[in-house]
Design a protein around this ligand. Structure first.
Ligand code: PLP
Length: 357
């Protein structure tokens, strides 16, 4: 069996222990004599697994009792639509820190006025704006933010608070560190970076927020449908939720989110350390105070060298270090499942590449 060091931005590396466990159980889920992909989502065996997934996520994130956790299909992009469909009555404020918040704002404008509470767009989304720059207009229904900017490699290290409901897309740093769920009214994460196969979103919704739904919508677009029917109004993506269950237990067994955060800080320091010690050969895209622990973005002196870097990295089994097509350059995504050893292998390669060129 060949396994490479996988730095893809999503879908991305999953913990090897979890992949093996899923493989071992694949033909016989929990002594049912059937695969997880063969059992009914109305069966007790399925329900027990889904309940356990919710309970384990609640434990990891210390989710208060007045929040619901539901599973929704359609990926992050469906949430760009749903959050506004349900809650944008007059105007929605956006902390615009990257391509994904920008897309959410564009999608939301279908339902009402949207505006930037703060933005780093004019500077190529290289930093996270400071609170003294925020402008919140009257009658703002909610403020929307993206905790980690996958493409640009920036991350909110401290979360702002507002007098209006705060929504957060945590797709690319979900379960990578502890967060205070109470600070938010709505959190969602497409699972395909840190938590499982693409195809499901974990949504954490404050009960009070459901009273603020502002228009009639088709049932499948209402958060209330997912809450009222415990995510099984229709057939849920059973395999994805099962995988999330395994990853949640893997995190719990390995010390929870505080321990994961420490590991992620250590890993990121290994890669950023090479950038900082390279005398400008590697140039980080993100401002130092805004650096992401999940996606390390950088440029080399020329486009040709960048292409060569990506190709030679692949020859060393370091896969997926090409930057997003919208900004170019290089990007190493070092999500939870990427090991310290993987980060060290990348760092060693970066040093050797610089020496050679
Ligand atoms: N939000 C963030 C932070 C992302 O990184 C992505 C995709 O990479 C999305 C949303 C869009 O997710 P999806 O492709 O599931 O629609």
């Amino acid at each position: 069996m060949k396994r490479v060091y996988n730095f893809n931005a999503g879908p991305s590396a999953m913990p090897l222990e979890v992949l093996k466990e899923v493989q071992d159980e694949f033909l016989d889920f929990n002594h049912t004599g059937m695969s997880i992909v063969e059992i009914s989502h109305r069966s007790a065996a399925y329900q027990e697994m889904q309940d356990d997934t919710v309970a384990t996520l609640k434990k990891l994130l210390a989710v208060p009792d007045d929040y619901h956790i539901v599973f929704i299909q359609g990926g992050g992009s469906m949430q760009f639509v749903m959050h506004a469909a349900n809650f944008l009555k007059k105007r929605g404020g956006y902390l615009n820190t990257g391509v994904w918040s920008n897309k959410a704002m564009e999608a939301a404008s279908f339902y009402g006025e949207t505006y930037e509470v703060a933005s780093s767009k004019a500077d190529g989304f290289t930093y996270i704006p400071k609170a003294d720059r925020f402008v919140v207009k009257p009658d703002t229904d909610y403020i929307y933010m993206t905790s980690n900017n996958t493409i640009h490699g920036t991350e909110w290290h401290d979360f702002p608070s507002f007098d209006v409901p705060l929504f957060c897309d945590m797709s690319s740093d979900f379960l990578s560190r502890p967060v205070d769920v109470k600070n938010f009214d709505f959190i969602y994460a497409g699972v395909q970076k840190n938590v499982g196969p693409a195809g499901v979103v974990v949504a954490i919704i404050k009960d009070d927020l459901l009273k603020k739904v502002c228009r009639d919508l088709p049932l499948m677009l209402q958060y209330k449908t997912y809450v009222d029917h415990d995510s099984t109004y229709n057939t849920p993506p059973v395999f994805n939720i099962y995988f999330v269950n395994k990853v949640a237990h893997w995190l719990d067994d390995n010390g929870g989110l505080a321990a994961m955060h420490e590991r992620n800080k250590k890993k990121a320091a290994i890669v950023y350390g090479v950038i900082d010690d390279s005398n400008g050969f590697y140039r980080g895209h993100a401002r130092v105070d805004s650096r992401s622990l999940m996606n390390v973005t950088f440029n080399l002196p020329t486009k040709e060298l960048e292409a060569q870097f990506v190709a030679e990295a692949a020859d060393h089994d370091l896969i997926g270090v090409k930057g997003h097509r919208s900004i170019g350059g290089c990007r190493a995504s070092i999500y939870n499942a990427v090991t310290e050893e993987g980060c060290q292998a990348l760092a060693d390669f970066m040093k050797a590449f610089q020496k050679k060129h």
